[in-house]
Every structure is written in structure tokens, then in C-alpha cells.
Ligand binder design. Structure first.
Ligand code: GLA
Ligand code: ZN
Length: 646
């Protein structure tokens, strides 16, 4: 595992740089990322470039054998640019321009902004093309698919719709605009969702397209930057760093155009006390590996207590710096870059702590980081080893957007059922992939397809085929509900999945925070919440029925033989034990090599390679844990990661 740090030479007096680089070298740091917010120093005046300070910093690292990833600094345009062209600013939903003083407040579709962004990017790319220390590029920083309400975005949205629908009649039909007299009679009437009312008041078909449009804008921007970097600084892989934010672009589409995915990983330092909480960093890491089905990077990794715009949080507990970095490696991150080397003494983020504190005196966290670096470098032989999974979970950005647009019931959110299924299979000691719904399913034994809400006919067909050929599919409630426009299908639920599931819903009850119990065939009673499909079986067998409310006795969870395979249908939102139970049944039937008796919050990932293979056994808890595996007692301290070569 390669360890790096995020470094901001522009924040520090030059007298500190060499000592920083020396300490990095001594500690075992192999890479630094720089310059993502440094536009005002790289182009201090319009068309006047100054790379000399960055050259010096790059050279200091290169001299010490430390590689450099540079960033296009385009998320923070300098104030001279705003002064000349105030129109490049992002516009809020009430129509007012975002006020200056923060970051990422430019509109990535604005042609003037693009002209300036192109120029600084191309200048930087040309300048560093011959510098072998620069081994890769990060585009921008945490690009989000924000809604921008500027005039330019409005025009672009109209063009996007014209390309998709051709004429207003098609658009009106696709959106069902007759409702509330919303039919467009001219393109000029098409606007983004202005105003402060919740988006649930808007037409869901229109809103889903609007989310897709905003995602496409970001993707166009990252593709544009990638093309420039590849042309003027060839041979360096290009990425951008992502996180799980409110407005995620469609990562699967976005990273089709980029060389690798990188993720900003800030696990919680205060663990939730509720054992039912969906807390899991492993889920996010597995999802990142699944975006390109390749190893990925952590571009920013937890190093100190979080804080700044929010009150400060606890620092990483002893064991977390090492444990979380090795956890990322276990799940497929071959490079882990810690944010940040030293806590800033200036600026809005001075309370978001790095490895070193304001004092610059190495402390507990730094010592743990230094030990981890030694260990990470010793894991070299596991670099590039594969994480082979029998179990996959499908993810779709259409569903992510559609559930944000129309919350289904109190407390319901898209990721929950995915996370619970992930946790259930990880709890059996199995590797789990999280992949885009359009990926091939070859090689998997079990595919979880939770909440397949916005229907894609190709995906339905592939899942059906997968089951027919002997695979196990786990479907859940809220599947087959919508057509690709986000309009409701006129069919019994689960829509086009009915036949493979062998079951249909006669009614559904969104119960929000209420609870209902479900009774399994062997008398086990478990709790469910939020949603109840009241089912009737066609060909499926009943695994559990509701044990309360007016639908008491109706099937809640079923299993159907479909060709040579099996299709489970979970018609409710269970508490964690419901998913644990279904996952256990499915894994047993598929004869997967499960590890019995793993304590909660202990996870095992297996990485296999030709030369070396290992089990990564991690205790993601603040309590010690022990269990028996292959006849051997394994004891883990809080946040301990054991790497066992196999
Ligand atoms: C994000 C950003 C960083 C920094 C950190 C912590 O991940 O990418 O620039 O703001 O959060 O605050
Ligand atoms: Zn805009």
C-alpha cells in the first residue's frame, strides 16, 4: 500500500518546506497531492502564470523520492477573475448569485469560466509534462452535481431536453405535464426548479431529468479537463476525488472518462451506540472499488478530529489511523493519501485536523501514522491482489436521485437496504462487490438487487437470466415501481419482477417510524419498519409473514424457484437481523464459504494474488473482540486490523 499526504505549500512559510519533506521521507510517505485550491498563486493576474513556487515544492519532494499528484486548481477561481467576469458565479435556487468568500462557487458550464479553466489547466499540463515526479492528476476537487440556476445553465437545460425529446409534445407526454396545467407551449417556459419549496412539489419526471442533466454537466466538465491533461501532459493517469454528498454525479458515467476513481474517506470518530445504525465505511469502500471494478485511491484520509464549519469532533481514537488506512487497503485502495500533513493555522478549515497539530510537534496520531507507514510499505507484496466476490449488490444513480425527489415514507432512504444487505453478507465473512446496475453479472453466485425503483428493462432481463442459469437474486420492496421517466408503471408490484419473484403485492402500507413484526417459518419473530408490501404468492414459497396490523398473516418475505436459481423477495424494510437471516439462508443454499460466529463490527476481506494472498480481519469497534476461525482463536483490540497471510 502506498501512503501519501495532502500538502499545501502555499499555506506555509517556505522555511518549513524542506523540513516537512524530510520528515515525510523519514516516515515513509511516498506521494503528495498539491495545488487543488492554489489558482490565485499559479495565475496571480490574468494571463500571468507563476509556477516557480510549485516547481520548488515538486523538486523538494522529487529529490527525496516522493511522487507528486497535481490538481487542476479550478474549484477556486481567483478574485480578479470574478471581478472581471461576475457572471461566472454559481446561482442559487432563489435566483441570487452565490456570495464570494467560499469555494466551488463557480458554474462549471459557464463559457467564460471554461475558457479560463482551460487556460490554467493547459498551462499547468504543458509545464509539468516533462517532469517525471508528477505521476498523476486530480481534476478540480469533490466535483458535485449542484443545481445551478444561472442563465447559461437554463439555456443548456433547454438544449439538453431538445436533444433528448425533439419536440415539446414528446416532452409534455414523457413528463405527464397535463397535471396541474404544466404543459409547455414554448421552450422559454422550461426552467430549473426555482424557489424554496421542497422538490417533492415538483413533477418527479421533470426532477429526475434535472438531476441527470446536472450530473451530465459535471461529467462534461471532467471529460473536458481530462482531454486537456491527456493531450498536454500525456501518460499520467487522471482522476477526480469524490464523496457521498447530496448531489452526486453518476460516478459510473463520470469515471468511464477517467483513469481511476479516488475517494475522500472520513470515517466517524464517534461510533454510533445504536447497534441498528447503518454505520459502515466498508460499504463506501466497496462501492468505490465497484465504480470501475478496479483498485482505487483514497485521496483524502481521516488524520485528525473533524471540525471547522461544524463544531469540532473527537480525534481519531487510538488504532483508528492505522485501522482505517489498512481497512481502505483491504477493500481495494492501493494508495491512501492522508488529509492533511499539518493542520492549517489559517483559513476556514483550521479546525479540520491533519496528522500534525497547529504546534507542528508530532504527537500520538503522527506516531501511529508513522508506524502504519512502515507496515504499509511491508505490504508491498499484496499490492494489486484481487478481491474476488461471490456476492454483488447493484446500485443505480437513477434510484438515488428518484428517492431523493420523492421520499417514500418517514425514515426511508435509498442506501439503507443496500447497506444492510452489505453488512449481512460481510457479517458472514464474505467479500462483497457493489457495482452499477448495468455491469455484467458473470461470476457472481448471489446478486442483491435492492429497491430497483426506476425500471431499466435491460437490467430486469439480465437479472432474470442470471437466476434462470442458477444464480440467486435478492429483490426488495420498491422495485419495478417506475418507468425510466420516473412515472408509475400501471402494474401490480413488483412490476416486471413479478414473474421471477413469483409473488405480487395486493396493497402496500408505508408505515414510517411504526414497527411491525415478521414471523419466520421456524417461529422466529423479527422487527420490520417503514414499508410493508402486502403480498400474495403466485409460485413463491413464504419464508416470513407479517405478525401484526390489518395485514397480519400476509406474506412478507418469499423465495421462488426461477429456472435453476432462486429469487428472494423482501417486501418490507427489515431491521438488521432480517437481512442477516435472509443472507444466511441464501449463502447456505448457494454453499458459499461463510465464517460462522463473526462478532458484530468485525469484518474480513480476502485478497488473493499469485504470489501472496491475505485475510484482512478488522475490528471496526471500540471494544475488544474475539472469535474462532478455522479452529483458531482470533482476538482483536479496538480498531485492530490483523493481516493474515494465507
Ligand atoms: C473535503 C475537501 C477538502 C477539505 C476536507 C475537510 O474532503 O476535499 O478540501 O475541505 O473536506 O474539510
Ligand atoms: Zn450555471
Amino acid at each position: 500500500m502506498r501512503v501519501g499526504v495532502d500538502y499545501y505549500p502555499e499555506h506555509w512559510d517556505k522555511s518549513l518546506w524542506a523540513a516537512d519533506a524530510d520528515l515525510m521521507k523519514r516516515t515513509g510517505v511516498k506521494l503528495v497531492r498539491m495545488a487543488e485550491f492554489a489558482w490565485c498563486r499559479l495565475e496571480p493576474r490574468d494571463g500571468v502564470f507563476d509556477f516557480s513556487w510549485l516547481d520548488e515544492a515538486v523538486a523538494l519532494f522529487a529529490d527525496r523520492g516522493i511522487d507528486v499528484v497535481l490538481c487542476t486548481p479550478v474549484s477556486c477561481p481567483p478574485l480578479w477573475l470574478y471581478e472581471k467576469h461576475p457572471e461566472i458565479v454559481h446561482v442559487e435556487k432563489d435566483g441570487t448569485p452565490t456570495r464570494l468568500g467560499i469555494r466551488s462557487h463557480r458554474c462549471v458550464t459557464n463559457p467564460v469560466f471554461l475558457q479560463y479553466a482551460d487556460r490554467i489547466t493547459i498551462e499547468m499540463a504543458k509545464h509539468y509534462a516533462g517532469n517525471a515526479a508528477v505521476v498523476g492528476w486530480q481534476i478540480d476537487n469533490e466535483l458535485e452535481a449542484y443545481f445551478c440556476y444561472c442563465g447559461h445553465c437554463i439555456d443548456r437545460y433547454r438544449t439538453w431536453l431538445q436533444e433528448k425529446y425533439g419536440c415539446l409534445e414528446n416532452l409534455n407526454r414523457a413528463y405527464g405535464n397535463v397535471v396541474w396545467s404544466g404543459e409547455y407551449s414554448s421552450w422559454a417556459q422550461v426552467t430549473p426548479p426555482f424557489g424554496t419549496l421542497p422538490h417533492a412539489w415538483q413533477n418527479p419526471a421533470y426532477m429526475l431529468d434535472y438531476y441527470r442533466f446536472c450530473s451530465d454537466n459535471v461529467i462534461d466538465f471532467s471529460n473536458r479537463q481530462a482531454a486537456q491533461l491527456r493531450q498536454y501532459c500525456p501518460g499520467r493517469p487522471v482522476t477526480t476525488n469524490v464523496w457521498f454528498c447530496e448531489h452526486m454525479p453518476d460516478f459510473y458515467k463520470q469515471f468511464d472518462g477517467l483513469d481511476f476513481i479516488s475517494y475522500d474517506n472520513y470515517p466517524a470518530t464517534r461510533l454510533p451506540s445504536d447497534p441498528e445504525s447503518c454505520y459502515s465505511h466498508a460499504f463506501h469502500l466497496d462501492m468505490m472499488r465497484g465504480v470501475k471494478r478496479q483498485p482505487f485511491w483514497i485521496m483524502e484520509q481521516l488524520s485528525g478530529g473533524k471540525g471547522c464549519w461544524a463544531p469540532m469532533e473527537k480525534p481519531p481514537l487510538p488504532g483508528m489511523i492505522r485501522g482505517y488506512a489498512l481497512q481502505a487497503f483491504a477493500h481495494g485502495a492501493d494508495t491512501v493519501v492522508h488529509f492533511r500533513w499539518r493542520t492549517a493555522n489559517i483559513g476556514a478549515e483550521m479546525h479540520w485536523h491533519g496528522l500534525l497539530d497547529h504546534s507542528n510537534v508530532p504527537g500520538r496520531r503522527f506516531r501511529e501514522f508513522a508506524d502504519m507507514c512502515i507496515e504499509a510499505n511491508a505490504l508491498e507484496k499484496l499490492q494489486g491482489t484481487e478481491i474476488k466476490a461471490d456476492v454483488a449488490i447493484l446500485f443505480a444513480f437513477d434510484n438515488e436521485y428518484a428517492f431523493r425527489i420523492q421520499p417514500q415514507t418517514d425514515g426511508y432512504y435509498y442506501m439503507e437496504q443496500l447497506q444492510r444487505l452489505h453488512r449481512a453478507f460481510m457479517g458472514l465473512g464474505l467479500n462483497v462487490d457493489i457495482i452499477g446496475q448495468h455491469e455484467k453479472l458473470d461470476g457472481y453466485r448471489i446478486v442483491c438487487a435492492p429497491e430497483m425503483y426506476v425500471t431499466d428493462a435491460g437490467v430486469v432481463e439480465r437479472l432474470n437470466e442470471f437466476a434462470m442459469k442458477g444464480g440467486t437474486v435478492i429483490l426488495t420492496t420498491r422495485s419495478g415501481v417506475k418507468d425510466p421517466n420516473n412515472n408509475a408503471l400501471m402494474t401490480l408490484l413488483p412490476g416486471p419482477y413479478q414473474e421471477m419473484a413469483g409473488v405480487h403485492a395486493v396493497e402496500y402500507a408505508p408505515i414510517g417510524w411504526e414497527a411491525v413484526s415478521v414471523l419466520f417459518g421456524d417461529g422466529t419473530e423479527l422487527q420490520a419498519k417503514q414499508w410493508c408490501d402486502i403480498l400474495e404468492t403466485d409460485t413463491a414459497e413464504v419464508l416470513a409473514s407479517y405478525n401484526g396490523d390489518y395485514y397480519c398473516g400476509a406474506p412478507a418475505i418469499t423465495r421462488n424457484a426461477c429456472g435453476q436459481g432462486q429469487v428472494y423477495y423482501i417486501g418490507t424494510v427489515g431491521t438488521q437481523p432480517v437481512y442477516d437471516r435472509v443472507a444466511g439462508m441464501a449463502a447456505e443454499k448457494a454453499a458459499l464459504p461463510v465464517v460462522a460466529g463473526l462478532p458484530p463490527r468485525v469484518e474480513i476481506v480476502t485478497r488473493t494474488g499469485r504470489e501472496a494472498s491475505a485475510k484482512f480481519i478488522f475490528n471496526n469497534d471500540d471494544q475488544p473482540k474475539s472469535f474462532v476461525m478455522d479452529g483458531q482463536e482470533i482476538s482483536l483490540a479496538p480498531f485492530e486490523m490483523k493481516v493474515v497471510l494465507i
